[in-house]
Design a protein around this ligand. Structure first.
Ligand SMILES: Nc1nc2c(ncn2[C@@H]2O[C@H](COP(=O)(O)OP(=O)(O)OP(=O)(O)O)[C@@H](O)[C@H]2O)c(=O)[nH]1
Ligand SMILES: [Mg+2]
Length: 264
């Protein structure tokens, strides 16, 4: 059976690399064979040692030097070059025979979400058994307008790729208890979120806010966030359970055979 591939994406600095690292450590502790992939040609995090690193084939600084492009143009050129080399990344990954693959994606979400090359990358790398974890940066998500903006961005990513997706709140250790409660309430109740929005934002134009919010409800995005902290190693069991739920309906992969086994 093909491995289950989980892509971590989200805005710059949302905690993708840290959660990929924490999740890998947790999964290995549980005895699940797990491989990590870095898909960011600009990644310079010495604490992250992925099993397969796209920088073996494409390095942002080399693209910059060779192409005479500025940092933004080079990021785009480099992310397209990743697509060119993706079969080499896949071959390296396949040789590891992991049951689970955790993929750390480029820092800026638009490089992952808004390039056509990403679709080719996802198809080649993960195939059918792929899922996206969209990270909500708590420093933005704790405000009603930030929460709604990230819900929209997450819905856009879902619309682009059409893969199973979950919304993950990262770095919850940075939030006050009341902020965590708010986020849980906004996930459960549209009324609570509407109340918070009208209490805090766009006070001068309540009409626009109301219409905007109604339009959002029609889209029916996923409002619920799964709270995690890479630093405190929190929420990792729930993240794993959500992946199981998406692919195996709650059945666990047997650690030895890699096939569905006991129930969660
Ligand atoms: N307190 C706290 N800080 C965290 C946590 N996870 C990540 N951070 C910090 O947040 C910053 C960004 O984390 P990264 O994991 O590099 O985030 P990223 O999304 O990979 O960042 P880019 O790839 O640069 O976009 C770093 O300073 C981390 O130490 C967490 O769970 N708790
Ligand atoms: Mg990163």
């Amino acid at each position: 059976m093909d491995p289950i591939t989980l892509y971590f994406t989200g805005t710059a600095g949302a905690g993708k690399t840290s959660l990929t690292t924490a999740m890998k450590a947790w999964m290995e502790e549980q005895g699940y064979s797990t491989a990590t992939v870095n898909l960011d040609p600009g990644m310079e995090d010495p604490s992250f040692t992925p099993d397969v690193d796209v920088r073996e084939w494409v390095k942002l600084e080399e693209v910059m030097a060779e192409s005479n492009l500025g940092p933004n143009g080079a990021q785009i050129a480099a992310s397209d070059l990743v697509a060119v080399h993706i079969s080499s990344v896949r071959d390296a990954l396949e040789s590891l025979h992991a049951d689970y693959v955790l993929v750390d994606t480029p820092g800026q979400v638009e490089l992952f979400a808004f390039r056509e090359s990403s679709k080719a990358i996802l198809e080649e790398l993960g195939g059918d058994r792929s899922m996206i974890a969209f990270l909500f940066d708590p420093m933005l998500a704790r405000f009603p307008s930030g929460f709604v903006s990230l819900i929209l961005l997450s819905a856009t990513v879902q619309f682009r790729f059409g893969l199973p997706m979950m919304n993950v709140l990262s770095k919850t250790d940075l939030l006050q208890p009341v902020e965590k409660e708010n986020l849980a309430r906004w996930g459960e109740s549209r009324d609570a979120l509407a109340e918070a929005i009208s209490a805090t934002s766009f006070k001068s134009d309540g009409m626009v806010t109301t219409e905007f919010f109604r339009a959002l409800e029609i889209i029916e995005p996923n409002w619920v966030l799964l709270p995690t902290s890479a630093r405190e190693e929190e929420g990792l069991t729930d993240l794993y359970a959500a992946v199981q739920q998406a692919f195996l309906g709650g059945e666990e992969l047997d650690k030895d055979s890699g096939k569905p086994g006991e129930s969660l």
